[in-house]
Design a binder for this molecule. Structure first.
Ligand code: SF4
Length: 196
């Protein structure tokens, strides 16, 4: 490699490290259980996930945060690849019974608050971000879809699976925990980012 090419590569790598350092410092202020960085080009974005949304999820076609409102899988892929890097993080919540949907969903709001706060701080630090979260958006008691625009586009996060990404596979690939027993719930958020 020529000297110029080497310097450019070195500069790129050091810039990436500097960016991650900023994000890590920012994450230190939150009760985050685990996190990991990845390159979006390594993501498995799979149209079969969309089929599972369509056939097995009751939220399909009922929310701006879910398909088909989020666009086709190809459109989602294009959006994702506009951001070269991503951050996956998890928080934990204790529950009596992990199978009790009402109880488990009630613990989600704390995770969403952390997600909104982290993405705001990243923006303040000069990052352009696209955030996806664990579940379909539940900010409003009844989603405005499809009759009116989303009421909170600045806080609404599409579901990770809605973009063709299987959370459990990504978690495994990044060597993070996915299951911690029957009374500990893990919530995940994925923040794609690029420096502005
Ligand atoms: S913020 Fe409200 S309108 Fe927007 S996706 Fe969420 S529930 Fe629907």
């Amino acid at each position: 490699m020529c000297a110029e090419g080497f310097n450019r590569k070195e500069k790129t790598e050091s810039t990436e490290m500097e960016e991650k350092k900023i994000i890590e410092q920012l994450l230190a202020g939150y009760p985050i259980y685990q996190y990991s960085f990845f390159q979006t080009r390594d993501l498995d974005i799979n149209s079969r996930v969309r089929e599972i949304c369509r056939t097995e999820c009751e939220r399909y076609g009922t929310s701006w945060s879910c398909p088909p409102a989020v666009g086709t899988v190809e459109e989602c892929r294009e959006k994702i690849l506009n951001y070269p890097e991503g951050l996956l993080f998890s928080t934990v919540a204790e529950v009596h019974n992990i199978l009790d949907m009402k109880e488990t969903l009630s613990t989600r709001f704390a995770h969403e608050e952390i997600t909104v706060s982290v993405e705001r701080k990243m923006r303040k630090n000069g990052f352009d971000v696209l955030t996806l979260s664990s579940e379909s958006c539940a900010i409003c008691s009844s989603c405005a879809y499809p009759g009116a625009p989303c009421r909170h586009p600045d806080r609404m996060h599409p579901c990770i699976e809605s973009h063709g990404i299987v959370v459990s596979s990504l978690v495994e690939k990044l060597k993070m925990d996915y299951y911690l027993g029957e009374q500990i719930l893990l919530w995940f958020s994925l923040i794609l980012f690029r420096k502005q």
